[in-house]
Design a protein around this ligand. Sequence first.
Ligand code: 2AM
Length: 494
Amino acid sequence: MESAVLSRIGLAGLAVMGQNLALNIAEKGFPISVYNRTTSKVDETVSRASDEGSLPVSGHHSPREFVLSIRRPRSIILLVKAGNPVDQTISALLPFLDPGDSIIDGGNEWYELTERRQREAASHGLLYLGMGVSGGEDGARHGPSLMPGGHLQAYKNVEEILVRAAAQVDDGPCVTFVGEGGAGNFVKMVHNGIEYGDMQLIAEAYDVLRSAGGLSNSEIAAVFEEWNRGELESFLVEITADIFCVPDEHSGGELVDKILDKTGMKGTGKWTVQQAAELSIAAPTIAASLDSRYLSGLKDERVAAAEVLKQAGMESGLLSGRSIDKKKLIDDVRQALYASKICSYAQGMNLLRAKSEEKGWNLNLGELARIWKGGCIIRARFLDRIKKAYERNRGLANLIVDPEFAREMVQRQAAWRRVVGLAVEVGISTPGMCASLAYFDTYRRARLPANLVQAQRDYFGAHTYERVDHPGSFHTEWSKIARKTKSGAAGVFN
Ligand code: 2AM
């Protein structure tokens, strides 16, 4: 009797993401119960459900009523602020949950907190998932990319729902069971780190086109629109083209020129860089993107520095006298952006692999690239190529050495060097492109000057070194021998 009115699933936390995901799930035919601490948002969601096509959403004002309205074994998605609010929401629901029920945290949670909550949930017989959700408001409503990790059974209980609610691409829904523990949150964190890189690289492309190429906003819009029809086709390139078309209602011109040049952030990029450092994985493009956000925040200092350096003789027009072939520059920047992006993704993927090895998550990098093809902010045509690269070789050491990507990098490197060279010469900071190029040039070189650093370490700290021609570790009395040698031989300057 009662089961006829019970919901298939519940969702607690009805801010923008929660509301939209609840409506999406309901639209796919799964009756859903919703709850929010501030109950006006419950009523708002129910009213939207009615406006958007009598969707099966039932609103509840108390945690008890909410939990009891869901069919057992219950699955409840939480979309509340990460951190304490998740614990507080779980505490509110816990007295009414039964063994076998599942909690699915869809926030951008730190993966270790998810693992802690998983253990606590298990002590109550509950199952737990930490699920990355990407795609913003629109993605949540019409099909996000979903990255669930934790208890496999908790995933199985909602698989049919997630598969329908996720974005759909040519090779399936953008959801997969990522792995155990906090794997879902970790993968979402790295996704966001990669997103920082993509946004920074696009911003640098814009800066070179604007500052060196002298392109107007409408010309830049046309360039990005054109790029979105080729290898760079992606959500971020598409929205970037739109941004340059939006006029400023207040004072004419385009709105983009009136926006204060200070970037906000919520922390997942910082976590990505911290994790990369913890795991000894080089992620210079992502780190450069994070640093750029920090430096962008120092607006007042930058304005003052510009003035001090002008007084000190810094020329503002380093470009003067240079003739720039606009068409060639645009084509070079496209290639530089693409090659830089490959290096950035290579860093993110290698970070995922290192964590997977540490935690035993057995992450499938090709499958992760696949579920990022739709729904999420970094969705892009070339993710299909990344997927295929890992399908060809699951143990691929680095995307750069996949034969197809290797060929593309070589084809683009001359243009890439021209763009970075020009930017360096005329003083347009391109930290992301420079970091990517340096990553490429470091990774591809069979011999680095690390021999000298080893010698220095052994000189002052007796840290020992290995030799290229004999096994074992060696130590040399550098200063003694150097003194003797110097006293015996005339230097070139003597
Ligand atoms: P609220 O509407 O009652 O503020 C994003 O802020 C979401 O997280 C909102 O749904 C918000 O609920 C919820 N949230 C924030 N802090 C919370 C807390 N301590 N307990 C429960 N929900 C919280």
